[in-house]
Design a protein around this ligand. Structure first.
Ligand SMILES: C[S@@+](CC[C@H](N)C(=O)[O-])C[C@H]1O[C@@H](n2cnc3c(N)ncnc32)[C@H](O)[C@@H]1O
Length: 255
């Protein structure tokens, strides 16, 4: 039976931070010397009362010093496991809730951030309407999402070893870098898109196997693991590393 994007998100994130942490680890092999969160830090339109939706482990706030900047920060996630981790971030209010049903009054935030989370929803437009509702007039929205060719070389491994559901496209909605700006323009003005220039250059097989493990609700069987190992090792032997394209964008807009 085909699962909805939100059913995938529940199985991936509801009870553990481990899958997200394993996947963030793969991005330490990025070719851009400026890591993603620092790049974001230079571009996020942060001011006043800031809400991050689907904040995960709160990694962004290891890079952005909200306290020194005088921001009032609210962090949310639907996952109890993520919220427990978010409660370790200093001077942040944490609220467990779904992005499509925010327990905040109308016009109560100056900035809403939704990084790499809208593609997990069954109805991303419902979340965008909530973001518009809780933002003050003139408030700013910042969304990170991926292009449809994001991690193509990584997504090729699952189908090659008989596990097609490990490919990202099999588990996410159409809120991509290509379609996302049109979604956002339904509810916001001044929509702008900037791409983070980066790919992954991975010299060994193990980080890729760890990534596949993090995606697999049913563990890889020994033959599948061996096939994945050989698939990646053949490429490393030929080219010195396993190169994976990234396609990540920051979409900003105004209320
Ligand atoms: C790929 S992670 C990104 C986490 C974080 N924003 C980051 O960039 O590191 C997606 C996050 O969205 C959360 N999430 C998924 N569906 C959600 C929903 N409907 N409402 C709120 N959070 C959700 C997950 O629990 C997870 O923490």
């Amino acid at each position: 039976m085909t699962r909805t994007p939100s059913a995938h998100a529940v199985s991936q994130y509801a009870t553990t931070t481990g899958n997200l942490t394993a996947r963030i680890a793969l991005h330490t092999y990025g070719t851009n010397p400026q890591d993603w969160f620092s790049w974001l830090d230079e571009r996020l339109p942060l001011a006043g009362d800031v809400l991050e939706v689907g904040a995960g482990t709160g990694k962004l706030w290891n890079h952005v010093d909200h306290v020194t900047r005088g921001l009032s920060l609210t962090l949310t996630d639907f996952s109890p496991a993520m919220c427990e981790q978010l409660r370790t971030i200093p001077d942040a209010r944490v609220q467990q809730c779904d992005a499509t049903d925010l327990p905040f009054p109308d016009a109560s935030y100056d900035t809403v951030v939704a990084n790499h989370m809208l593609y997990h929803l069954d109805d991303p437009a419902a979340a965008l309407r909530e973001f518009a509702r809780v933002l003050r007039p003139g408030g700013r929205l910042a969304i990170a999402t991926n292009g449809s060719d994001h991690l193509d070389e990584l997504n090729a491994i699952g189908p090659a070893i008989g596990r097609p559901e490990l490919a990202l496209g099999a588990r996410q909605n159409d809120f991509t870098a290509e379609a996302g700006p049109t979604y956002v323009a339904r509810y916001f003005t001044a929509v702008a898109v900037e791409r983070y220039p980066c790919s992954l250059d991975i010299p060994t097989v193990e980080p890729i196997l760890a990534y596949l493990d993090s995606m697999a609700d049913d563990p890889l069987t020994p033959p599948q693991r061996s096939a994945a190992h050989d698939f990646v090792q053949t490429e490393i032997d030929a080219n010195g590393s396993y190169r994976i394209r990234k396609h990540t964008v920051l979409i900003t807009a105004s209320r």
